[in-house]
Design a binder for this molecule. Sequence first.
Ligand SMILES: C=CC1=C(C)c2cc3[nH]c(cc4nc(cc5[nH]c(cc1n2)c(C)c5CCC(=O)O)C(CCC(=O)O)=C4C)c(C)c3C=C
Ligand SMILES: [Fe+2]
Ligand SMILES: [Fe+2]
Length: 336
Amino acid sequence: MSTAVILMNLGTPAEPSAPAVRKFLRDFLSDPRVVEIPRLVWLPILHGIILTLRPRRIAPAYAEIWNTGLDGEPVEGAPLLYYTRRQAELLQQHLSRQGTNVRVEYAMTYGDPQLADVVARLQREGFDSFVVFPLYPQYSATTTGSIYDQVARIYRSNRNIPNISLVHDYYRHPLYVRALANSVREHWAKHGAAEKLLLSFHGIPRANVDKGDPYYHQCRQTAEGLAAELGLNEGQWQLCFQSRFGKAEWLQPYTDKTLVEWGKKGVASVDVICPAFAADCLETIEEIAEENRAIFIEAGGGEYRYIPALNLRGDHIEALAGIVEDKLPLQLRLPD
Ligand SMILES: C=CC1=C(C)c2cc3[nH]c(cc4nc(cc5[nH]c(cc1n2)c(C)c5CCC(=O)O)C(CCC(=O)O)=C4C)c(C)c3C=C
Ligand SMILES: [Fe+2]
Ligand SMILES: [Fe+2]
């Protein structure tokens, strides 16, 4: 049996132009897993308003992060794609070094490279067993669920269905929580610990959770696990949700509103970490490290420091390797 691991993340526009952003948003926001509003109501709004206005507004934000990660760090093209590709390369090296005979590749839910194309290419090369690994520590139907849909489509279009296993979530995996904790401790060692640690997760509509999406519960578990690992007491940290989209209520408390409240109260310093993002991207570099910094300071807050995503950290790659190992066919697993 030849096994390949496919790391997956959301996807990003092919270039920082309005037409490329429009194409990306069209694919992404047409997915009924992402926006659950009935198609008859949603598609006219999407094609009439959102795909007309949003690409022009968002393309300049993409242009700012293109070829540039956090603090001007050079990356090739879109940070999300760059980090995912490098994560796959580093995970390949890590697994090969420890003698685990697998190929590591990557794919994106929206845009290129597409999961179906990567699987078809690997099947032509003789791979017959796959571990699909969504880089979303917390399961949500809006993210991980879409990847499961794509795997189901691969099943439907194949006579000789490959052996595919999927990572469902890893929100409380000890190696993941430890890597987060290490990144916070290293940040504290460099800059000192701020008065508050804000744990900002990407939001989803509140109604999704009311209908049974376990995302909120898993975010809480990650946040509590990290706070416990860091020895923080209740007043020292706060769980929040960012990137609200549209008019409906999303998970609360909202990150931006919390920062305004803290600014008004005169909080002297805040560290912000985004544990739901395996890689820095538009939502962390532009929204959290820049926009929300301005929001906090304008409201009267003091120092604001963003703690980078786990990106290419060695302990992150080790965590990914540990999570993959549990999904490998038995004959490929290392003895305990
Ligand atoms: C419209 C609803 C959205 C839901 C639900 C949603 C869930 C969700 N998203 C991520 C991670 C990422 N989101 C990214 C970009 C992004 N997300 C939305 C909307 C929803 N996300 C939009 C419209 C966009 C595009 C940017 C914009 O127009 O504001 C990204 C990629 C960023 C990049 O660098 O390209 C990621 C990653 C999670 C984890 C999540 C639910 C748990
Ligand atoms: Fe999103
Ligand atoms: Fe955003």
